[in-house]
Write a protein that binds this ligand. Structure first.
Ligand code: HEC
Ligand code: HEC
Length: 138
């Protein structure tokens, strides 16, 4: 996956580095326009950094990707102003069999902590053979 140093440093500091191709253009725009109120945190950036990251995200957004996952997430979001993969019906359907206590486990803590279970997500992938056995979190 193409990478961008500013994006890695700024957007991987608090959580999984969500790949740009996991959200469509309009979702990234909403996120990057509201960094001062970002899921309860202030993730504000200098304006030139904000613009550089936004342009990187847009360049590689879900609508430009050929990955099946990107297509499914984009389709699930449609024209809605959803800015989190975890709020899409696609994501909910894929994870509905996972018991709530797994997401509450001390090594997971949040549905948005993708990398606790998907070892390759920061490389932009979600391969079946890289999904951690959730029995470890039961
Ligand atoms: C100061 C900490 C902080 C920084 C810096 C930060 N975020 Fe976040 N972000 C959060 C928190 C907190 C959440 C909510 C996580 C949760 O639900 O467990 C979140 C959630 C998200 C989500 C939704 C994940 C999901 O599907 O539920 C996206 C997308 C996101 N951030 C993108 C970004 C981008 C892009 C950047 C860089 C511009 C960034 N974040 C920088 C704190 C941060
Ligand atoms: C607690 C562990 C856990 C967390 C956290 C988690 N996932 Fe998953 N995910 C799974 C498991 C297990 C499966 C396989 C489910 C199945 O096949 O029944 C899966 C399946 C998927 C799939 C479908 C893969 C395929 O081949 O069809 C996608 C896409 C996905 N996850 C994305 C994400 C993203 C993005 C995040 C973070 C926003 C996330 N997951 C967070 C455990 C997790």
């Amino acid at each position: 996956m193409v990478q961008n140093e500013l994006f890695v440093n700024e957007c991987g500091a608090c959580h999984t580095l969500y790949p740009p191709h996991m959200l469509p253009k309009h979702s990234w725009q909403i996120i990057m326009d509201n960094l001062d109120e970002h899921f309860g945190d202030d993730a504000s950036l200098l304006e030139n950094e904000r613009k550089a990251i936004l342009s990187f995200l847009i360049q590689h957004n879900a609508d430009t990707s050929t990955q099946e996952m990107s297509y499914k997430i984009s389709k699930s979001i449609g024209s809605e102003g959803i800015i989190a993969m975890t709020q899409t019906n696609f994501w909910k359907n894929q994870h509905q069999a996972i018991p709530k206590r797994v997401f509450e486990h001390s090594e997971v803590r949040s549905k948005a902590n993708c990398k606790a279970c998907h070892n390759d997500i920061e490389k932009g992938l979600i391969e079946d053979d890289k999904i951690k056995n959730i029995d470890a979190f039961m």
